[in-house]
Design a binder for this molecule. Structure first.
Ligand SMILES: Cc1ncc(COP(=O)(O)O)c(C=O)c1O
Length: 485
């Protein structure tokens, strides 16, 4: 099979950091940077790389350097060669293409017991609370289980008790919902994936915010969707007029939006903006899917739920952020008809979620307000500690105060997010570049910094990031493509 696409030397060079400025041998830095692009999905697998000579010229390095880098990529399984087809990128078995780049590079750079203790800022998520209600819920679920074991245990739409609990929670929030309108999923991303699988066909357009949650971008592309990104306003929030114009021009099949504490900016969208976007989406026949994964982690009053403004909105949510991502329980709220179709689809994929996990969730959903309040009390000082550490260590960066969620979206004073993450990995800080939250390698001027860790860890991380930032050569940065979102 021939590679499906090709990247030229200049195009690849434009995606790469200036590898000559990174520490260590240039060939190793080049191999790592290409690996990063592949794992980020910015160079698709099966893409043919330029010849060694062409890339050497584009990067102004010796051909031997590129040869050594390609050899290294072959050795790690990221490059393969076929006679007559050149060398193309691939992903070795066992590596999850969606896994954080930074995690991977760190594994390469650090060895056990060697170097500073690792600080992982790659994920905006929390461990389960100690002494949490989770343990109680697990016990209660175990006691419930015998009532289910005489059935076959398959429930593509979810077990009734959890569907009812989720419906009750929506109703409590002002969105009248019946259990038939709820489908239980294995987390919010699973919910997004199911909706895409049902509604999006090859080449269909899907409007997203830019930046947005990378998992959703991956899912859209996996289903053959074409991402149509609309930049967030510089001051935070949606650019409503631009979103409306894009809806009208592109008439996307679907819009994936996160108005309730957007990942990564933490923005909360006001009711009027939601109404305005929904009004045009109705005209263009665009199905709006709202991801409420962070809705309970707000540092200010919530807005009206989007589904309360328009009955056709499809909402996904989960217990991953307020409770624990390891539970893998989420939901879709939609019309009963759509839920029915989604359940039929799901029956052909994994037949349904684990009954025990759903029982655990059923004991937690009713307590979500209290659980989230504890989380917010824990997170608020961490958020403020992170903002203070950024202001202290990197005063030239700009960081808006997130209104909810688990991360700060920092604007750097040079578009060097990817080189920073490579450098930071060597200093033992795992962080994901801004470009992972967009498409086509944009957003290099931004960095998503989660504040899920305790304040002292965040202080330490920012000290290390500041040192790494100080070591980067910014001289070539202004020549790079600048995309300000
Ligand atoms: C916006 C958004 N949606 C969905 C998810 C995934 O959630 P879940 O663990 O429920 O699949 C995340 C995880 O970070 C997220 O940020």
């Amino acid at each position: 099979m021939a590679p499906v696409s090709r990247v030229g030397g200049r195009a690849l060079a434009a995606l790469l950091p200036d590898v000559r400025t990174l520490p260590g041998p240039v060939y190793a830095a080049l191999a790592d940077a290409v690996t990063t692009l592949v794992l980020d999905g910015r160079v698709a697998t099966e893409t043919r790389l330029p010849s060694e000579r062409e890339l050497a010229a584009a990067l102004q390095v010796s051909r031997a350097t590129v040869t050594a880098a390609y050899d290294g990529l072959r050795a790690t399984g990221f490059l393969a060669s076929r006679t007559g087809s050149g060398s193309f990128v691939t992903v070795p078995a066992g590596v999850q293409p969606r896994s954080s780049v930074a995690r991977f590079t760190t594994a390469r750079f650090t060895t056990a017991g060697d170097g500073p203790e690792l600080i992982d800022l790659s994920c905006g998520t929390l461990p389960a609370q100690q002494n949490s209600r989770l343990a109680d819920a697990v016990q209660a679920a175990a006691a419930d289980l015998p009532r289910y074991t005489s059935s076959d245990g398959y429930s593509p739409a979810g077990i009734a008790v959890l569907r009812e609990a989720v419906a009750a929670r929506f109703t409590e929030r002002g969105v009248a919902t019946s259990a038939e309108q709820v489908l239980i999923t294995s987390g919010a991303l699973h919910g997004v994936d199911l909706v895409l699988r049902l509604l999006v066909g090859g080449g269909d357009r899907v409007l997203t915010e830019l930046p947005t949650y990378p998992g959703a971008l991956d899912a859209i592309r996996a289903h053959g969707g074409r991402v149509v990104p609309v930049p967030m306003a510089a001051a935070g929030g949606w650019q409503v007029a631009q979103m409306q114009a894009t809806l009208r021009q592109a008439a996307p099949r679907l819009a994936y939006l996160t108005p309730d504490f957007h990942n990564p900016t933490g923005a909360l969208i006001d009711a009027e903006s939601r109404r305005e976007v929904l009004r045009v989406a109705r005209q263009t026949g665009t199905v709006v899917i709202v991801d409420e994964t962070f809705v309970d982690l707000g540092y200010r009053a919530r807005e009206i739920p989007t589904a309360a403004l328009d009955a056709s909105v499809v909402t996904v949510g989960s217990l991953s952020k307020p409770v624990w991502a390891g539970l893998r329980v989420g939901w879709i709220r939609a019309s009963a008809d759509l839920v029915h179709r989604l359940a039929a689809l799901r029956a052909s994929i994994d037949v349904g979620g684990a009954v025990l996990d759903q029982l655990v969730a059923a004991h937690l959903v009713g307590d979500i307000e209290a659980i989230a309040a504890e989380r917010v009390a824990q997170l608020l000082p961490r958020r403020d500690a992170l903002l203070a550490a950024i202001a202290r260590e990197l005063p030239q960066w700009r960081a808006a105060i997130p209104q909810g969620g688990l991360s700060v979206w920092a604007e750097l004073d040079a578009p060097l997010s990817t080189p920073l993450t490579l450098m930071a990995a060597q200093a033992g800080v795992i962080v994901v570049p801004g470009s992972r939250f967009g498409i086509d390698g944009t957003l290099e001027r931004f960095l998503r910094i989660p504040f899920a860790l305790p304040a002292d860890r965040l202080d330490e991380a920012m000290g290390r990031l500041a040192a790494a930032w100080g070591q980067l050569d910014r001289s070539g940065a202004s020549a790079r493509r600048l995309i300000v979102a």
